[in-house]
Design a protein around this ligand. Structure first.
Ligand SMILES: [Zn+2]
Length: 574
């Protein structure tokens, strides 16, 4: 035996011995890479068995430095891959045709495949032995629910795209002046729902869109549920949203001026761009970031008339050099002014956490992401602020006008809580198998009645698929994000008002415009992204770590008192 053989044998024995008590290992210098080097280059052929396969199998790397390096590469690669998938998806959403659809499916499948590969690769690390930061990043990687079968993966991307395309391009058609005219959901049918009081027209719009999208989507949705469930099992886990449009029918004091600013926006010549500039100015007044050039260059803020697009308002992060955009078909009216504030909340969140590692570039929880813009709107859409920016001229400072304002706010916020619960209850029962594919619609309407007191205007059957008319079901968004958002945005509002030095007046009159103190507090939370568990982000924002309903109750307190009086002689319920 030559000297090098003897040295190699000693080295092999040392490596094997160091790796021995694998079950109790907390830290070790033995890595899979080292074993490979020893076996391939150091030991002569005959001695390759010196570190047997089973030793390699137990060689889970617990080296924190290696784990940190691996995560750094993972974050860098994820940023690039997520950016190109987002570009392909954006190209399709803003120009829907078979070519862009195919490219979007391909990009999304590639990203999912890569994530799956990395999820498997990550299993060789032992996060429990590492620091909190690394444990959290590995935990976030483990949450990915991509199915392992590549056929399932391809089918899933294709089905998801088909369903989204059916929804985004669905139209209700009717004869208008002897021509057939087809109307998309956004903005045409939404405008009809918001303004028409003609029962027949409302019924046509309601039914037309559902007939156009629901039945064609039903089977695809059922198959998608199966596939998603298989992905979830592999790794162990698994609209009447806003009622503000019926305000004119239920206004408590109809002879008082309406706080809807649509007519003033139109009179003053506002266009969508000016609405965005107005909302942006609120964010910068409290010291948050200006919208970058690329936002103005690349966003789609009005509906183009030369192609099919998806109009549902969404905000996008391209994960590179502040490339953030919105996609929406903005109309000049009160509701869209609120929506613009909502979307710019998402955009501001993207901009504030852009220096975090890719795995942390998200909201503390999805409810936080939804709450930011709404929190700003709670100030920006107060009668006081709207008067300051010249959008509300004749607004009397009276008890009656205060009740009118609060009822309008309540119609937008409170039914959304019930709707969020209802939709997520339906979705969770579908995914758990409690609701089967042959009872989708019956169970949908049962829950609509139970949670929201709503019934369909015409007879529905299992030929229909009314859940398919809801954007969040089509796009696979859990509604719990909105439920959480509608509670915590009032907590955020209360905290920012306190920070701005508003300590006396009623919460619904507070306007944080121009307060750098409030802006600093908000920024501190936004910059965290999801680097900490959400109770920590809540603590940074409000000083306490729990979701609480005290702020929403305080905000609506004058309205609740008024309603209690009005309802004394009414029997409530349905
Ligand atoms: Zn949103």
């Amino acid at each position: 035996m030559t000297r090098s053989w003897i040295l190699c044998l000693v080295f092999c024995v040392l490596v094997v011995e160091t790796a021995k008590p694998a079950s109790q290992l907390q830290r070790s210098t033995v890595t899979e890479g080292m074993v490979k080097v020893v076996n391939t280059f150091c030991c002569p052929r005959r001695l390759r068995c010196c570190i047997p396969d089973k030793r390699v199998a137990i060689d889970k790397s617990v080296d924190e430095i290696e784990a940190r390096m691996w995560l750094r590469l993972y974050n860098a690669e994820l940023r690039k891959r997520a950016a190109s998938a987002a570009e392909a998806s954006w190209a399709h959403s803003t120009n829907m045709n078979p070519t862009t659809a195919a490219a979007a499916i391909r990009a999304s499948s590639q990203l999912k495949k890569w994530k799956l590969k990395k999820r498997k690769e990550a299993k060789r690390f032992t996060p429990a032995a590492y620091s909190e930061d690394l444990r959290r990043q590995f935990w976030l990687i483990s949450l990915d629910g991509t199915p392992e079968d590549s056929n399932d993966l391809r089918q899933m991307s294709k089905l998801k795209n088909d369903i989204e395309t059916l929804y985004s391009t669905g139209k209700a058609c009717r004869d208008e002046n002897e021509d057939e005219v087809c109307h998309p959901l956004e903005p045409d049918l939404e405008r009809i729902f918001a303004t028409s009081r003609d029962y027949n027209e409302l019924q046509w719009a309601w039914l037309g869109f559902r007939d156009a999208v629901g039945p064609a989507m039903r089977e695809k949705f059922a198959r998608l549920v199966e596939l998603k469930n298989s992905g979830a099992q592999e790794h162990g886990n698994i609209w009447a949203k806003w009622w503000g449009n019926i305000y004119s029918l239920v206004a408590p004091y109809p002879d008082q001026p309406d706080m809807n600013v649509t007519s003033v926006l139109l009179e003053k010549g506002y266009d969508p761009l000016r609405m965005f500039k107005t909302a942006e100015e609120f964010f910068t007044s409290i010291g948050l970031r200006e919208l970058p050039e690329v936002f103005w260059e690349k966003s789609m803020i009005v509906r183009p008339d030369d192609r099919e697009v998806s109009c549902h308002p969404t905000s996008w992060d391209f994960h590179h050099q502040s490339d953030v955009r919105v996609k929406m078909c903005t109309e000049v009216n009160h509701e869209y002014l609120e929506t613009v504030h909502h979307e710019l909340g998402h955009i501001q969140y993207f901009l504030q956490y852009e220096d975090q590692p890719m795995l942390y570039r998200d909201g503390a929880n999805p409810g936080f992401h939804e709450a930011v813009g709404d929190t700003i709107a709670l100030s920006a859409m107060t009668p006081g602020h709207l008067r300051t920016v010249g959008l509300l001229e004749d607004w009397p400072d009276s008890h009656e006008s205060e009740i009118n304002f609060l009822l309008r706010q309540a119609l937008d916020k409170i039914p959304a809580l019930a709707m969020g619960l209802m939709i997520d209850t339906w979705q969770s029962r579908v995914f758990s198998g409690k609701i089967t594919a042959d009872e989708y619609n019956r169970e949908w309407w049962k829950l609509r009645l139970e949670y929201q007191g709503l019934s369909p205007p015409v007879q529905r059957t299992e030929e229909d698929f009314d859940a398919g008319s809801k954007f969040h079901i089509v796009y696979g968004f859990a509604m719990m994000r909105y439920f959480v958002s509608y509670i915590i945005q009032f907590q955020f509002h209360e905290s920012l008002c306190r920070e701005a030095g508003y300590l006396q007046g009623p919460l619904h009159k507070c306007d944080i415009y121009g307060s750098s103190e409030a802006g600093d507090r908000l920024r501190e939370m936004l910059r965290m992204g999801q680097s900490q568990p959400w109770p920590e982000a809540m603590r940074a924002m409000t000083g306490q770590s729990k979701m609480a309903t005290s702020a929403i109750l305080e905000y609506f307190q004058p309205l609740m008192k008024w309603l209690r009086e009005q309802n004394k002689k009414e029997s409530l319920g349905w």
